[in-house]
Design a protein around this ligand. Sequence first.
Ligand code: SAM
Length: 338
Amino acid sequence: MYTNKFGRLMLGLHFLKTTAVCGVVHWAAGRSGFSWTAVCKQRTLWLRRSTCREMERRSLLRHTGSQSASQTTVDPDELRRFQSLACKWWDEQGEFAALHAMNDLRVPFIRDNLLNLHRARHPGKPLAGLKILDVGCGGGLLTEPLGRLGAKVLGIDPVENSIGTAQLHSSFDPDLCERVSYQVCTLEELSGGEEEGVGHFDAVVASEVVEHLADVETFAFCCSQVLKPGGSLFITTMNKTNLSYVLGIVVAEQLLHIVPSGTHDWEKFISPVDLERLLESTGFSVQSVKGMLYNPLLRAWSWSDSTAINYALHAIKLSKQAEDSGLHPEDHTAETHS
Ligand SMILES: C[S@@+](CC[C@H](N)C(=O)[O-])C[C@H]1O[C@@H](n2cnc3c(N)ncnc32)[C@H](O)[C@@H]1O
């Protein structure tokens, strides 16, 4: 395990080196006879083999039809971690500062992609009439701005105290009372329930959540269950690269303390390619994937051509007909909301 982490650290540093940030480290390694090329080759082979194994496993799952909501997405260690931070959600300078700042990108990303599919009918409230599910909403950092854009938003999270914080915070804004609600539950519990279950939502949002789940396949399956045909899925998450290990874990958690130490487990990160494959095998069509970059000095996010660390993805749930006929979602009109 430690050997793996060391390898990732070295390869991440190697990447930084090529962008001229760690020239000194490279020089030192070169002098010690360390071969970056050999390590890179080994790592590439290992990645190829594990990708093949993962694809075989997913293909088996598809063909045996055993993909269902019977498994849980919950990792109890993750919930314990977020439980201990449940009163910190709205401290804009605290542990969740980067999530507060991320709203500058993710709110317009969600709004604009939804407006491309659904005509705005209410000036000032462009998302009015849309039902959005915010999975893993935490303290409601993203739920609230989506509600302010006029959508009816349900935020769910298995951590009771986070939902308590979210409810308390939104109660101070009378404007949100009618549009934002919260529930302590998981997505699989919601999708199995009667009331808010199958085919209910125009959009599902899961921002910085996928990397905390025990089972991403169950998550994708349940997203598809709760969405209307033509509904949108928005995910922001972290790529599984050596660079994301160095910057997302070593630098962000251990050196700069941008997020609390232990927040992320690199093994749970997922590449855009793997996420796309999983979603397309679950009946989605991926519309866009965009790289995101955090500048800790400015405490600001910007869009980036590179998806090597963080990225945002938008996918659309295909209707049964479109899925069967292989139609591209642009060929079918997304259901308009009432
Ligand atoms: C990094 S926080 C993101 C919170 C929020 N989406 C935001 O961006 O402000 C991850 C959230 O996922 C929640 N979470 C962890 N496991 C979950 C699961 N299995 N189902 C739903 N939410 C989960 C955590 O409780 C936590 O609130």
